[in-house]
Ligand binder design. Structure first.
Ligand SMILES: *Cc1c(COP(=O)(O)O)cnc(C)c1O
Length: 371
């Protein structure tokens, strides 16, 4: 081995050790890490690329479009979409799915006003700015859920314009869920025909279908598109996501794009051909039962976390059926060790499927020692 090669291996080993160690203490971000994709490693030898529309054949054939379509249909079914009116694709993550949903909304209603709550993920503000859409930020309730009366007030004020609402199906900090049936009703009461509801279900889209009572978040409840992350509840070595939209809405955009001489249907040009394969593999291995089991485990650990923290005098709470436990921020040491995100004096633990009660016990012991 040359000296240079040794330096490269050393650097790689160092990074690997660091990644291993930081993954060990990881409670503050919604990322599952309990996956084994070793069967897929041979595919990393190939330049897979799903460029363009997954539902249209391409001359570039080193792809996983078949799997991508199955992934889209799997989520479409979980989200109770009309199977005859579904389109979607595997994205680079929840943010791209949000961008796509808003893009569809803007093409349908260029003059729309966009409404979303102050607890909304930062990708929405970025996306409406990119799309040059006007927006109103609506107040949130204490638990992070949108304030429906404030939303109603804001919509009434702009009632001459089409309405686009971005509903949070699990906010980033408290996992609060905006009720889509309530939002739909509110817009209907004001007789605003031109409206579009996009559901940002980056984290909770992976388990909301398995929670009882089922949150009001899907196509039957009244949304027009849903974005979910693939690397969050499912878990994947690289970021990914799925966006599901109504095919007839998408077709109206596709026509528009044909008009400018392009049949490109997604946001980016080249698209990751491996991530659909990883999601497909996870879906096949888990099955619907596996998703339900993961959900039950997360809910159980979340209840345990809330209880243990309260037992030591930390005022922890969570939204109904949330896997996110919120509490006043612990010391800097604890926050840094467990990689806890902090906002307005609060931190949270997200009980992803890989989080165990043993880890929670260790965390609680750390909080006790440092307080
Ligand atoms: C994580 C998250 C996003 C962004 O998803 P990415 O997959 O990181 O792009 C958007 N909205 C919410 C509510 C999230 O939790």
């Amino acid at each position: 081995m040359t000296l240079e090669n040794t330096a490269v291996s050393n650097q790689l080993n160092e990074l690997l050790a660091q990644v291993k160690e930081t993954t060990e203490y990881f409670l503050g971000y919604p990322v599952s890490k309990d996956f084994d994709y070793s069967e897929l490693m041979p595919f990393l030898q190939y330049p897979m690329n799903n460029l363009g529309d997954p539902f249209v054949k391409s001359t570039y054939k080193v792809d996983s479009r078949q799997m991508e379509r199955e992934v889209v249909h799997f989520f479409a079914e979980l989200f109770r979409a009309d199977q005859d009116n579904v389109w979607g694709y595997v994205t680079n993550g929840g943010s791209e799915g949000n961008l796509y949903g808003l893009y569809v909304a803007r093409e349908l209603y260029p003059n729309a006003m966009v409404y979303f709550s102050e607890a909304t993920h930062y990708s929405i503000q970025k996306n409406v700015t990119l799309l040059n859409m006007e927006y109103v930020i609506v107040r949130s309730q204490e638990n992070g859920e949108i304030d429906y009366s404030d939303l109603k007030e804001a919509v009434r004020y702009n009632r001459h314009r089409p309405v686009v609402v971005v509903a949070n199906v699990g906010t980033t900090m408290t996992e609060a869920k905006d009720n889509i049936a309530t939002i739909k009703e509110l817009v209907g009461e004001m007789a605003i025909e031109k409206h579009y509801i996009h559901a940002d279900a980056a984290l909770a889209g992976g388990f909301a279908p398995f929670v009882t009572p089922r949150p009001s978040f899907d196509f039957v409840d009244g949304c027009d598109s849903i974005s979910v992350s693939g690397h969050k509840f499912i878990g994947s070595p690289m970021p990914s996501g799925v966006v599901v939209v109504k095919k007839d809405n998408r077709d109206r955009i596709a026509k528009k794009i044909a008009y400018i001489g392009s049949s490109d249907a997604t946001i980016t040009g080249s698209r990751n051909g491996h991530s659909p394969l990883f999601l497909w593999y996870a879906i096949k291995k888990l099955g619907v039962d596996g998703f339900a089991k993961r959900t039950a485990h997360s809910l159980q650990v979340a209840a345990y976390t809330e209880k243990r923290l309260n037992e030591i005098g930390v005022k922890a709470w969570r939204n109904p059926n949330a896997i996110t436990v919120v509490f006043p921020s612990p010391s800097d040491d604890v926050r840094s060790k467990w990689q806890l995100a902090t906002e307005k004096g609060n931190s949270h633990i997200i009980c992803m499927p890989n989080v165990t009660t043993t880890q929670i016990d260790e965390f609680v012991a750390d909080v006790l020692v440092s307080s």
